[in-house]
Unconditional design. Sequence first.
Lengths: 249, 306
Amino acid sequence: MRRAVAIILAALALLVRPDAGRAQGLAADISDHLIAITTAFTGTTVTLFGISEKRADIIVTVIGPREEQVVRRKDRVAGIWINVQNMAFADVPEYYFVASSRPIQQIAHPDIQARLELGLEHIALRPVDAEGRDISDILAFRDALIRNKQRADLYAPKPGVVRFVGEKLFRTQVPFPANVPPGIYQVQVFELVDGQVADAQRSTLVISKIGLEAEVFDFAQNRAPLYGIAAIIISIVAGWLAGIIFRRG
Amino acid sequence: MDIYLPIAEMSVNLFLLLGLGGAVGFLSGVFGVGGGFLMTPLLIFVGIPPPVAVGSEASQILASSVSGVQAHMRRGNVDVKMGLVLVGGGFLGSAFGVWLFALLRSLGQIDLVISLAYVIFLGTVGTLMFVESAGTMIRTRRRRGSESFTRQHRHLWLHGLPLKMRFHKSRLYISALMPLGLGFLVGILSAIMGVGGGFLMVPAMIYLIGMPTAVVVGTSLFQIAFVTAVTTFLHATNNQTVDIVLALSLIVGGVVGAQLGSGVGGRLRGEQLRILLAIIVLAVCAKIAFDLIAQPADLYSLGRGH
């Protein structure tokens, strides 16, 4: 409830702010710029809202940190399904979300769609060491990558909807599942007129592990030997205590 | 209530983890086994990444073997010298196993090797246990009450290998290479399968090394405690796959479960226990084997590294 009020107030502030900049401008913001992954984190939804003075078509993308991703394919070998082939893709977004006020094909020129990665089929997925690999093979691996990301809820199965509430105010919901990877997320809002980008706004959203989780993770990654020793001590103490309880019980 | 596991990077219901720990702890209390061979596959079944399941299980087994070995130490049921030789082999095996684990992981074959190792070892041990305990049940039914246990103290060629050593507690004078080799093998299993290895070590100690049964369980727990400590450390440093939050949740559930289980175990007969355990072992084995043979829903999967 408090969050809803905050969103409405922020939206009103956008509407009335005196320094609204460009008269025909685009202004947008998200309800949270920091998502904290804590012990109780089970995923969250962030509201993106904004003003389009032109009341033009809007496309929103949220793209997670990019990393190389390996895709493996199983084949049957001696009756068992074994990973036999693989293909790596460079700079794969760990998370991808797109939403639009009307179907993307109807409001964005194909070149724009490709350049701005508007839609699952336009995500820049560049295979590493693809020499000598069949195009059909590369496409199959590419599709599989997207399919697996969708199964993990990291790529949405279909584009979200940007809704206009009132004349110029728009909003959309960006879902983040429990397994969302930490990192810096690029939030982009495009205002489209005649298939071309009339205005755009970029901001970032940080997803990070906070509190005990962050400390445990950092500890495990950056001071691994010490973490290992701590894990041993914790286990021995827990086991020893259990032994004492058993003896009395 | 969901809890976020920092290393597995996923959120899991805390009560599911406590329940799993409790259920496996109960079974290990009933049967007097470690339970790692049940826990690791169960963790994988509920969606924990196999490498994290294996790494975290090592620290859980460390806890349960520490609590178990205390009682045996007090009763003097540990052959410390034999235990230390086993530990020596176990350290080498664990180091080799963790190295192999990292290599297989980078090749994308670790899940397969974990599954295959489970099918082979659970299948073999489960079948042997089933046949043996079923045989005992039939025999005791034929001639009731005449159950007598005679240890076959055969002198195998293995006992005559060089580096002979005297083990007073076990009343043995055998080559140290035997326990060293057994410890090595169990160390590898600990690193790759996330088990203590008691299911392999206990029969090997009785039938291969020829140790008196009284000191077998205590000594194997002694070895398991040291080797899982090293395995925990090596997985933490080389693979970053030890999730202490996961391990602690399982430990808490396991402590309570084992307490309840040991009460039930005392009321069942030896061969009844073993045949029940054999059935559980074979069921887990069948499930893993089925997953290897059945066509996966999607032939493609995402891997880490390459």
